[in-house]
Design a protein around this ligand. Structure first.
Ligand code: RFL
Ligand code: PHB
Length: 396
């Protein structure tokens, strides 16, 4: 039987960041991860960090490479009716920016730091089960290399993503779930080609949404809205580039450099929130508690805010013997989560083609976009949400 203060389930960005922040504060923790480290690093996901996330990486002492290699962006382009319009996020928010730095890189930095400090992460931990979190002595059981193990802990942090075991272990009567599944997915391609533009381009076209993103000056990430029935094997690289070109403006089409894909996958789009996020001594953080459609680039950033609040609450518990922080955790997170859910849902609704809404749906979206890009108030509403609303937003 092992003992630790906080047992963390999941070695994605939430679990690793939490582990690092707790360790910095002298709080012992063990991470259990179902997959191998290479598998976790192989999942190509988020690319955009808000300032809150950047600050947290610094606080965790792992921000050095991010500042060196990350690309600072002060604006995004919106493309509709064949024309591009820049949203000057920096100018509209009093100097705020976002940073292009892949989730893979952020995860790698956190993994390396954890390894360098000799902290325990059990990869390929199978059959993880959480027990007695409604008591003072929670336990976690799992098998590793065919052997059964048990950890006794003070708290369990469920950082195990949407399909994890923690949320699923909460009695149905204690939890409420809110969900919306969108009738399309994103087909993503990663390629070692220079990005088509120096900032991101979000595209509303009658053929569907597209996004031109990047990981560096030499690596691009592109997405296409596709029907949920599409299979990734049916999309050749050539078919992907051809379709992307049809959704771009003439200038971008001319600038687009194509090449072989180094990753290609389809992700479904979902809005999902769990209430509450705390069940006795079990906490949910990141995708374990909520999912946003990726259009607003909010998923990883919300996970970072949960972790900020959770690490703060646990540090307060151990240092000051106060439960005020852990009692407030769920409510504090949910307020920010619902704001990001709203923005992500709205931006998704504005930018994607909803076939059941017909031609009038497309026309109304174009009229709304035309208003937004030509109104300072409209542009600012996009800008301030995209860079991330202040942590104390709405607190009088
Ligand atoms: P993760 O990354 O899913 O990690 C959870 C980890 O838990 C492990 N696990 C278990 N371990 C042990 N036992 C079990 N029973 C377990 N069950 C699961 C899993 O193996 C995994 O390693 O959740 P986390 O840490 O909360 O991180 C959340 C982010 O990954 C996610 O919100 C973002 O990727 C969302 N997202 C984006 N977010 C942004 O902020 N900006 C973006 O630009 C952005 N782009 C995206 C995205 C997500 C996308 N997809 C694929 C949904 C783009 C895409 C296409
Ligand atoms: C990405 O680069 O993967 C990315 C960027 C912005 C988004 C979603 C995904 O809104």
């Amino acid at each position: 039987m092992k003992k630790t203060q906080v047992a963390i389930i999941g070695a994605g960005p939430s679990g690793l960041l939490l582990g690092q922040l707790l360790h910095k504060a002298g709080i012992d923790n063990i991470i259990l991860e179902r997959h191998t480290g290479e598998y976790v690093l192989g999942r190509i996901r988020a690319g955009i960090l808000e300032q809150v996330c950047i600050d947290l990486m610094d606080e965790a002492g792992v921000g050095e490479r991010m500042h060196r290699e990350g690309l600072v962006h002060g604006g995004i382009d919106l493309l509709f009716q064949g024309e591009r319009h820049r949203i000057d996020m920096n100018g509209l928010t009093g100097g705020k920016n976002v940073m292009v730095y892949g989730q893979t890189e952020l995860t790698r930095d956190l993994m390396d730091a954890r390894k360098a400090e000799g902290l325990e992460t059990v990869y390929e931990a199978l059959d993880v089960a959480v027990h007695d979190f409604d008591s003072q002595r929670p336990r976690v059981t799992y098998t590793h290399n065919g052997q059964a193990h048990e950890i006794q802990c003070d708290f369990i942090a469920g950082c195990d993503g949407f399909h994890g075991v923690c949320r699923a272990s909460v009695p149905r009567s204690a939890i409420q779930e809110f969900e919306k599944v969108y009738p399309f997915g994103w087909l993503g391609v990663l390629s070692d080609t220079p990005p088509v533009h120096e900032e991101l381009i979000y595209v509303n076209s009658p053929r569907g949404f597209a996004l031109c993103s990047m990981r560096s000056h030499t690596r691009s990430r592109y997405y296409l809205q596709v029907p949920l029935t599409d299979k990734v094997e049916e999309w050749s690289d050539q078919a992907f580039w051809d379709e992307l070109k049809l959704r771009l403006d003439p200038q971008a089409r001319k600038n687009l450099v194509t090449g072989p894909s180094i990753e290609k996958s389809i992700a479904p789009l979902r809005s999902f929130v769990t209430e509450p996020l705390r069940f006795g001594r079990l906490f949910l953080a990141g995708d374990a508690g909520h999912i946003v459609p990726p259009t607003g680039a909010k998923g990883l950033n919300l996970a970072a805010t949960d972790v900020k609040y959770l690490s703060g609450a646990l540090i307060e518990y151990y240092r000051e013997k106060s439960e005020a922080g852990i009692d407030a955790y769920s409510e504090k997170c949910l307020r920010r989560i619902w704001r990001a859910e709203r923005f992500s849902w709205w931006f998704t609704s504005l930018m994607h083609r909803f076939p059941e809404q017909g031609e009038i749906g497309q026309k109304l979206q174009e009229a709304e976009l035309d208003y937004l890009v030509h109104s300072e108030a409209g542009s600012r509403t996009i800008a301030e949400n995209y860079v991330g609303l202040p942590l104390d937003f709405g607190r009088d």
